[in-house]
Ligand binder design. Structure first.
Ligand code: FAD
Length: 279
């Protein structure tokens, strides 16, 4: 295994420019999980980001908070302000793996890994997070809901690193995160849902689902239903919008039918009484 350990972000970008097939390494919880089986991976060259301490911080500004590319779930769980301003980050962090994974795994790694079952991505997307990408040719910002282009594919070029994730500070009067798995902890999500309502006039809804499409997916048809205030009297009233937004599959963890049914129930029971049109 070849590992490069840059001392600065500029040095890391130089290395990526010279060798675009380098594989960034943050907490390594995704990269090393299949290590014994994936012999071919052993000869690749890895870019260990762990010396870039400046990427670890959570930075609060007047209108946003920024998680560095090395911010872990545990760092977020320890920050009292996250709990009050972005409670869904706490909900999600608590349900990622167990403490060992939470203390090594990073939010940026969760995004970059590109799993449709990623639990950190839906809550970040429901808060309208954006991803800062950096390369030798400069930085750029991509809204997280535009980051994925297909199953484990993204707009990130191979010479780019995620340097940070920025979330705008807003006032929400409703937010919820559900993770449905085979058990309460250490389970890969069968269907997950993150929702926020920004308390502006008119209210702005975000609905994001995981494990029901090739990528974590924002759900514009469901958001439109909520914005329109359409009357909903039972979970099945969400079915058409669910069909428009997501494309679940049968796999070893669940079936497409189960995922659609549970998604409708999660939506209905989370929103009943919150949205006056849903009773
Ligand atoms: C036992 C176990 C339980 C788990 N449970 C969950 C769970 O419940 N929910 C969940 O969502 N995930 C879970 N995971 C997956 C994993 O822990 C998370 O996805 C974690 O956030 C990955 O972060 P990391 O820093 O370890 O990433 P790494 O393994 O270091 O990297 C993951 C991918 O991202 C790339 N990458 C990392 N950082 C950057 C960067 N700055 N720029 C560009 N690319 C980068 C890497 O090259 C790699 O492709 C689990 C894993 C294990 C082993």
């Amino acid at each position: 295994m070849n590992v490069l350990m840059p001392n600065t972000l500029a040095e890391a970008c130089d290395l990526c420019a010279k060798q675009p097939d380098l594989i960034p390494l943050a907490g390594a919880t995704d990269l090393l999980v299949h290590w014994p089986l994936r012999q071919a991976e052993h000869d690749k060259t890895y870019l260990d980001l762990s010396k870039l301490r400046e990427l670890r911080a959570i930075t609060w500004a007047a209108d946003s908070v920024t998680l560095g590319a090395l911010t872990t779930y545990w760092d977020v769980l320890q920050d009292p302000r996250v709990k009050s301003d972005f409670p869904l980050l706490i909900e999600s962090a608590r349900q990622v793996g167990a403490i060992q994974i939470q203390s090594r795994g990073t939010w940026a790694g969760n995004i970059a890994n590109g799993s449709p079952a990623a639990d950190g991505v839906p809550v970040l997307m429901a808060y309208d997070a954006s991803v800062a990408l950096i390369s030798k040719s400069g930085p750029r910002i991509v809204p997280l809901h535009e980051y994925y282009t297909g199953y484990r594919k993204s707009v990130r070029r191979s010479d780019e690193l995620i340097s940070a994730i920025t979330i705008p500070l807003r006032t929400y009067d409703f937010s919820v995160f559900h993770k449905v798995g085979a058990r309460r902890a250490q389970a890969i999500t069968k269907i997950g849902l993150a929702m926020t309502r920004q308390s502006a006039t008119p209210a702005t809804w975000r609905v994001v689902a995981n494990s029901v499409a090739a990528t974590v997916k924002r759900c514009p048809a469901i958001e439109s239903l909520l914005h329109a205030g359409s009357a909903i009297r039972k979970p099945e009233d969400f079915s058409a919008a669910i069909a428009a937004d997501v494309t679940p599959i049968d796999d070893i963890r669940s079936t497409a039918d189960y995922r659609r049914t549970v998604m409708a129930r999660l939506l209905y029971h989370s929103l009943k009484g919150v949205n006056p049109a849903i009773s």
